[in-house]
Design a protein around this ligand. Structure first.
Ligand code: ADP
Ligand code: MG
Length: 240
């Protein structure tokens, strides 16, 4: 589903990603963990070319994302991205935030997108918020709208960059639950997270990154209960 080959990314002289290789299978849930500054966000941003890789190749469902001939906008529609900051449009209602994308970019009719919007609001537990503006929502609700908005484009892959890091603790659970439901529905997901309990429970595979490298990867049991590298052990001892 996703193939990252010898990916490198530098900002000027700063080498942020140093030879990253990842394969993500259909329906796989991959959690990426690691210290701040290790390159997790940059990796995710390269995966939908919000950042231009310095070297290497990325394939999304066999299409070469890094090829200049690739229609990047079309390819991006197949990947939903959810950030720490929700980035909702403040002057649009919840329903409008969700339906704008498919209406504009996929040429769907108003009726079609409203139907889709209602289904998605149901999925994220916010049916009663369709006409509300983002300012009147809690952080957890905003993030659930952001997830629904990403899903409205009917992506085959979802990328999450610390989706719960900006939330008050009592709202983390409701967002993680939506992500867990998505995993159970068989969505292919790459999730950068500090929520180790979630990674343990939901991930098929956990990748530990440090200083631009993948230090170690494995099943949650392998990585959390039997880490092989000192750097992994040291990181886990601080966060678990
Ligand atoms: P993480 O998400 O793991 O905390 P990031 O990918 O955000 O790490 O950042 C990795 C490194 O790259 C950091 O040193 C950060 O300062 C640097 N970096 C990220 N984005 C840019 C940018 N646009 N320009 C320059 N440096 C950047
Ligand atoms: Mg980050």
């Amino acid at each position: 589903m996703i193939e990252v080959k010898s990916l490198k990314k530098s900002f000027g002289k700063l080498e942020v990603l140093k030879d990253i290789n990842i394969d993500v299978a259909p329906q796989e849930v991959v959690c990426v963990i690691g210290p701040s500054g290790s390159g997790k966000s940059t990796l995710l941003r390269c995966m939908n070319r919000l950042e231009e890789p310095t070297a290497g190749e990325i394939f999304i469902e066999e299409d070469n994302l890094t090829d200049t001939k690739t229609n990047i906008n079309q390819l991006r529609q197949r990947m939903g991205m959810v950030f720490q900051q929700f980035n909702l449009f403040p002057h649009k209602t919840v329903m409008e935030n969700i339906t704008m994308g498919p209406q504009r970019l996929k040429g769907k009719s108003k009726t079609e997108v409203k139907e889709l919007g209602s289904q998605l609001l149901e999925k994220v537990g916010l049916v009663d918020k369709a006409k509300v503006y983002p300012d009147n929502l809690s952080g957890g609700q905003k993030q659930r709208v952001a997830i629904a908005r990403a899903l409205a484009m009917e992506p085959s892959i979802m990328l999450f960059d610390e989706p719960t890091s900006a939330l008050d603790p009592e709202m983390v659970g409701e967002v993680l639950q939506v992500m867990k439901d998505l995993a159970e529905d068989g969505m292919t997901m790459v999730i950068v997270t500090h929520e180790m309990g979630f990674a343990k429970e939901v991930a098929d595979r956990v990748i530990f990154m440090d200083e631009g490298f993948i230090v170690e990867e494995g099943s949650p049991a392998e990585l959390f209960d039997n880490p092989q590298h000192e750097r992994t052990k040291s990181f886990l001892s601080k966060v678990l």
